[in-house]
Design a protein around this ligand. Structure first.
Ligand code: ADP
Ligand code: MN
Ligand code: MN
Ligand code: MN
Length: 415
């Protein structure tokens, strides 16, 4: 349907009968009363709109009416399940002139007693929108990531890990989310009993015997859905185990990449519904006694100070703080990590902390570029696992960083 083609009546006295075309319908204006048969291009429904009085008010009214569209807002939040929260979503329909901005989205509520977030007698929890993304699978679809708040709308709910992330626009995170696609209780592509041929050719592999027949369609479609949503995927790859995949997401700002990881997880789970496939985020779904890789979510991180000032001394102090708080880190790096961080399969043991240049068996891997650039740049914490909550991971990393003095800031500022 074409755009509103204008109403000549706007410039004429309202009592004069005029005809004009609005979405192919007739507009009659006579004796100061006007109506128009307007077809809403979004819903296809036709409505008769009346306006009394001045024609220019009428003009404004129909112009506004035809521009409104019904948006499907999918509010997403994390529930209160322990040790791993599930992502939940419900839809509300609201009219907006354009794709809604974050500040236009209202708070909403849900029944917290059904999500382990409240008692039955006072079950309301509030949803505070914090990030918004287009949903290209739906007409006028919107994904609204939310924080869960107490009924006062201001106090973060105890399950709300995002609220405790220090605000830092200069913090950058890149998460490498690994996961297994699962069907009938086993990794996609596993035979009915026993195992497929051992690991070796699956990583970045191609061909039916390596990736089967639907996995690639799922991961490629997921990538497109995420890119359509404005999620900053940096790449995807088939992983070491059969049925195992990875995507990487990078974001600037302390909460940004974590928001995107949760929305990307949601889109993957939802996409897989129609294939009869589940996503298994467990870090060692096949157990620790078999020679099949587990899943991690390496957290690559940097702050403005690390990128611009850095230095060997600061780096060593930072690593000392990571060592000091290793238990606090492990506590939020995902459940069952002792099954994965064994010292085998490119991991360090769960109870040890170490770092190493280009060392994939270390807790923190220091990229060559970091050392070559006077200890400036980003570091990779390899301990977080695939089931970890990126909000809690980002929060913990920044809390530890905040304990390390940054003496050169003053010197740098004086220069
Ligand atoms: P690998 O598998 O070798 O560990 P990937 O390419 O899968 O490496 O992931 C590297 C990650 O590092 C990417 O997610 C990328 O966004 C992230 N990254 C790169 N530069 C920075 C930086 N300055 N700060 C934070 N993360 C970064
Ligand atoms: Mn990777
Ligand atoms: Mn990987
Ligand atoms: Mn990595």
């Amino acid at each position: 349907m074409g755009a509103f083609r204008g109403c000549q009546a706007a410039s004429k006295p309202p009592w004069q009968t005029r005809r004009c075309i609005v979405f192919g319908s007739r507009v009659q204006i006579s004796c100061g009363v006007a109506f128009a048969l307007l077809k809403n291009p979004n819903t296809g429904s036709t409505k008769r709109h009346y306006a009394f009085g001045l024609a220019n008010r009428f003009y404004t009214e129909i112009n506004t009416t035809i521009q409104m569209a019904k948006y499907k807002l999918e509010y997403l939040w994390l529930d209160g399940y322990e040790p791993v929260a599930n992502i939940r979503g419900k839809t509300q329909v609201k009219e907006f002139k354009n794709f809604p901005k974050l500040e236009e989205l209202p708070m909403w509520g849900f029944d917290g007693s059904s999500t382990r977030q409240a008692e039955g007698r006072s079950s309301d929890c509030m949803l505070k929108p914090v990030a918004v993304y287009p949903d290209s699978t739906k007409k006028n679809g919107v994904l609204v990531m939310c924080e869960v708040m107490q009924p006062d709308g201001k106090t973060p709910h105890v399950s709300n890990g995002r609220a405790s992330i220090p605000d830092d626009p200069g913090a950058w995170f890149g998460f490498e989310q690994e996961y297994f696609l699962y069907q009938d209780g086993k990794p996609l592509g596993f035979p009915e009993s026993g195992f497929p041929f051992p690991q070796g050719e699956y990583y970045t592999g191609v061909g039916y015997r390596n990736v089967g027949d639907i996995a690639r369609e799922i991961v490629d479609t997921h990538l497109d859905l995420c890119l359509d949503a404005g999620i900053n995927h940096e790449g995807i790859n088939a992983e070491v185990a059969k049925g195992q995949w990875e995507f990487q997401i990078f974001g600037k700002g302390s909460k940004n990449a974590a928001d995107q990881v949760w929305v990307a997880r949601y889109l993957l789970l939802r996409l897989c519904e129609k294939y009869g496939v589940d996503v298994n985020f467990h870090c060692k779904p096949l157990g620790k006694d078999v020679d099949w890789n587990g899943s991690g979510m390496h957290a690559n991180f940097s702050t403005t100070y690390m990128r611009e000032v850095g230095g060997k001394e600061y780096f060593e102090n930072l690593m000392a703080a990571f060592d000091k708080y290793k238990n606090e880190h492990i506590a939020v790096y995902g459940p069952d990590n002792h099954l994965r961080l064994t010292g085998l399969h490119e991991t360090q043991s769960i109870d040890k902390f170490n770092y190493g240049v280009a060392n994939r068996g270390a807790s923190v891997r220091v990229p060559h570029s970091f050392v070559n650039n006077d200890y400036k740049g980003y570091l990779e914490d390899r301990r977080p696992n695939s089931q970890g909550d990126p909000y809690k991971i980002a929060g913990r990393i920044l809390q530890t960083i905040q304990t390390v003095p940054t003496p050169a800031v003053k010197k740098a500022a004086k220069k």
